[in-house]
Design a binder for this molecule. Structure first.
Ligand code: GDP
Ligand code: MG
Length: 162
């Protein structure tokens, strides 16, 4: 079986946009608002001569338990099936309480994590990415999933982790 890279993070941080970059197609559904898609979708991917599966998570419908519980539940499942995790944070917002919850799950798993500081569309947002060192997950990779900026370095780190 191919190694699995799971992309996790709270809604709207750009996970699906990043997954489309990784697979080189627009298959993962990008939405301005969290909407109705399946909880997890796997796609075959290739980077630097390595073949792997990339798992997009999210598209959660908020249910009675609330968003935090859905994010935690689905992140835990995705982390469980992954060989390495790409944790996506919106660098323009900074770490939220929901992000911190996912960090705890990531720590508990002991699995390798690559930290994606997304929405760094230009050099002025680089400072936002540096603030994510505070999460204690190592180097934040500044990326613009939308424009493709920084995705090469991010994927290189992910391939080392996988
Ligand atoms: P997901 O819920 O984490 O899967 O996020 P999506 O990929 O659906 O993206 C949510 C919104 O953020 C969409 O409007 C995207 O176009 C936007 N977005 C994603 N990546 C970037 C980025 O690098 N820069 C900016 N400015 N917007 C982004
Ligand atoms: Mg999505």
């Amino acid at each position: 079986p191919l190694p699995v890279l799971a992309v996790v993070g709270r809604p709207n941080v750009g996970k699906s946009t990043l997954v489309n970059r990784i697979i080189g197609r627009r298959e993962a559904v990008v939405e301005d608002k969290p909407g109705v898609t399946r909880d997890r979708v796997s796609y075959p991917a290739e980077w630097g001569g390595r073949n792997f599966m990339v798992v997009d998570t999210g598209g959660w419908e908020v249910d009675a338990r609330g968003l935090d519980a859905r994010v935690a539940e689905q992140s835990e499942i995705a982390i469980g099936l992954a060989d390495a995790i790409m944790f996506v944070v919106d660098a323009t917002v900074g770490p939220t309480a929901t992000d911190e919850k996912v960090v705890k799950l990531l720590r508990k798993s002991g699995k390798p994590v690559v930290l994606c500081a997304n929405k760094v569309d230009g050099p002025r947002a680089e400072a936002d990415a540096s603030e994510l060192w505070s999460l204690g997950l190592g180097e934040p990779y500044p990326v613009s999933a939308l424009h493709g900026r920084g995705t090469g370095d991010l994927l290189e780190a992910a391939m080392k982790a996988l």
